[in-house]
Write a protein that binds this ligand. Structure first.
Ligand code: NAD
Length: 620
């Protein structure tokens, strides 16, 4: 290897303000400048001002179209803001442009006193937000949102792409009061048109749903979040993206609704320091509403060395200029993967309202937010299926601090499923119809973990046939897996629970047992699941004195592999229409009921049945 130092090419001004678009990405040129020119044709009170940066904020298009309404203030940002305030007081709607660092840090006092305190109609559109410049720390506006959030009456917009910008311009002009918009200039990527999206001032929008992770993001980090979500599909990690283009006022209603859905890791991604930006705004909303707890939050901040490294174009944030783009992106995606796998690297908040159980220990960062089952050992049968209720329950239990033993027919699949949650979990091959296999898997789990606190009898199979078509072999198969399996695995585990002074068993039944037929299961399935209800209630009576609780869940139609491909979209829509909550259920939603029954929150509940059916069956 040669010791010769490679001389880095000196970056030119145009490289310093390089487009953030990837190679081959669809772009629109100067969306801000063009939208403003178009709007100004109908709104003669709109004027444009800049502090020597017309070309670099795309305001030059406005200057060319309306030279008499354009004011070049020179390199004097305080003057820029004060003049804009004066013009607003006279009834104009000034759009004042500069770089974000200058518009916020340098002109802060003028923005506050002249514009905000008078609630004047000035629209500050400031380019190079966060880390989108190669100029280095002097031009990196990584705290602009924090500064502007503190300004009374200030509306803050952080657009993602060209569509966001061109739709935001008329809306911020129509808004009565000061607005700070982070500006993307030049060739701006066009992304959101693929997501049936439109900008609405003050509204957050779900761009894609996902059951494992919810990324709440603003600005260009929404673009990155969408890329990460697509990449993680290959790893079967289902990532939802909630775009929050208006940071103040915050759309807390949408954020609380989406972040409050159980079982999802919530990650906030923003092109800003962790102090005072979107992350803190979201955290405050979640904490205030009791959706999460202070200990459930962690940061992945910009390293303090970031600005200096960034000046050399070597950051690992995923949004640096083109020369380093490929490594940057890979780093960003890999970081997200790690965050999802380790549940620990990114800023996060798990939805939960639970109080910390007395004596619960904090077992490192993984456990900070995982308290309902902290330290418990949970064994789950039929939990290797990637989209199944069992694995969703295993994931949720792990997030709540449990170590999990996954049992399934295929040992390799069970081991892989356990490893996908984390190294402290284990997978075992076990056919629940085989008594010896149940005893063996239980012994292996006891040897590994020392105890079993919770047993979840989840394994099951179905068959959509009519009564007259049930042959003896099908009857045996369906009854064996769904009912005999519950007996055998409970028989294997209960002696240990008795010995250790108690435990919780949750068994999988079905709405099919209650209604005399579900959607997909035949009468033998209904009979087996009804048998589970009887067996579980009898075990609840028998083992209550041993402090062993036994309960059941009765889901309606849940979207898992058991039903996959068996119903057309039309059939699903018509079933959903007959359900009060107007939709089919998700595996995570059954997992929530299981985890509740496993936890001490249900300590006085035994012999009970929890419906998880969206109202498909409501008892009298
Ligand atoms: P799924 O097919 O994804 O999961 C079932 C799991 O059980 C699979 O991993 C499978 O390998 C395992 N399994 C099958 N036979 C087994 C055996 N003999 N020993 C050990 N493991 C075995 O389907 P799901 O929807 O997640 O089903 C989980 C449970 O929920 C089942 O008992 C099912 O009857 C019940 N349920 C499902 C729905 C629904 O709509 N999905 C509704 C009500 C009840």
């Amino acid at each position: 290897m040669s010791n010769a130092t490679v001389k880095k090419p000196r970056l030119t001004t145009s490289a310093m303000i390089a487009s953030i678009a990837s190679e081959g990405q669809r772009v629109k040129a100067a969306p801000f400048g063009k939208a403003l020119v178009e709007l100004a044709a109908q709104r003669p009170e709109i004027v444009g001002l800049t502090a020597d940066l017309a070309k670099y904020t795309d305001l030059h298009l406005f200057a060319q179209a309306y030279p008499e309404r354009f004011f070049q203030m020179g390199m004097a940002e305080q003057l820029l803001m004060a003049s804009a305030g004066g013009m607003a007081k006279e009834g104009f709607v000034p759009f004042a442009t500069t770089y974000a660092v200058f518009g916020t840090r340098r002109a802060f006092d003028f923005v506050h006193q002249v514009i905000a305190e008078e609630n004047l109609n000035v629209k500050m559109c400031c380019a190079l937000p966060g880390l989108t410049t190669g100029y280095g720390p002097s031009h990196q506006a990584t705290e602009d949102i924090a500064l502007m959030r503190g300004v009374p009456g200030m509306t803050i917009v952080d657009p993602c792409d060209a569509l966001d910008i061109e739709q935001a311009v008329p809306q911020i002009a129509a808004h009565d009061g000061p607005v700070y918009m982070r500006l993307l200039r030049g060739n701006v990527p066009l992304v959101l048109d693929e997501y049936d999206y439109s900008f609405e001032l003050g509204k957050a929008k779900m761009l894609r749903d996902g059951r494992d992770v919810l990324v709440i993001s603003s600005g260009i980090l929404t673009m990155r979040a969408l890329e990460v979500a697509k990449t993680l599909e290959a790893d079967k990690v289902d990532v939802g993206v909630l775009h929050v283009p208006t940071i103040k006022p915050l759309d807390t209603e949408t954020i609380l609704r989406e972040a409050g859905r159980s079982g999802r890791l919530v990650v906030v991604a923003e092109n800003h320091t962790t102090v005072g930006g979107l992350g803190e705004a979201v955290a405050t909303a979640l904490l205030t509403a009791g959706v999460t707890r202070p200990s459930a939050r962690s940061h992945c901040p910009m390293p303090s060395s970031m600005p200096v490294r960034y000046r050399r174009c070597t950051t690992a944030t995923g949004f640096r200029p083109r020369p380093c783009r490929r490594r940057s992106r890979a780093g960003s995606v890999e970081a997200s993967r790690r965050a999802v796998r380790r549940d620990g690297a990114a800023r996060r908040a798990y939805p939960q309202n639970a109080t910390r159980p007395q004596g619960a220990r904090n077992r490192g960062s993984q456990m900070n937010n995982s308290l309902l089952l902290d330290g418990k050992i949970v064994m789950i049968s039929g939990a290797a299926s990637p989209r199944g209720i069992g694995l969703a329950t295993a994931r949720l239990a792990a997030r709540h601090g449990a170590r999990v033993a996954i049992l399934d027919l295929d040992e390799a699949a069970a081991v892989e499923a356990a490893a996908s949650i984390g190294p402290e979990h284990r997978g075992y091959g076990c056919n629940v119809v085989d008594k010896d296999a149940c005893l063996k898997a239980t012994a292996q789990a006891i040897a590994e973990f020392g105890r079993i606190d919770v047993l979840i009898n989840n394994a099951g199979i179905t068959q959509p046939v009519k009564t007259l078509d049930i042959d003896p072999a099908s009857w045996d198969r369906i009854l064996d897996v769904n009912l005999r399996g519950v007996l055998y695995l409970s028989q294997a585990v209960i002696p240990h629970m008795k010995q250790q002074g108690g435990g919780s068993i949750a068994c999988m039944s079905s709405v099919s047992a209650q209604r005399g037929g579900g959607i997909l299961g035949g009468p033998h399935y209904s009979a087996a699941k009804a048998g589970v209800l009887g067996l579980a209630k009898a075990m609840a009576r028998e083992f209550g004195p041993d402090n062993i609780r036994v309960n059941c869940v009765t889901p309606g139609l849940i979207q898992t592999d058991i039903s996959s491909g068996k119903l057309s979209d039309e059939q699903k829509a018509s079933i959903a229409a007959s359900i009060p909550l107007n939709r089919l259920g998700n595996a995570d939603e059954v997992a929530g009921a299981y985890v509740f029954l496993a936890s001490d929150l249900s300590s006085y509940i035994t012999g009970a049945v929890i419906d998880v059916n969206g109202g498909m069956l409501i008892h009298g």
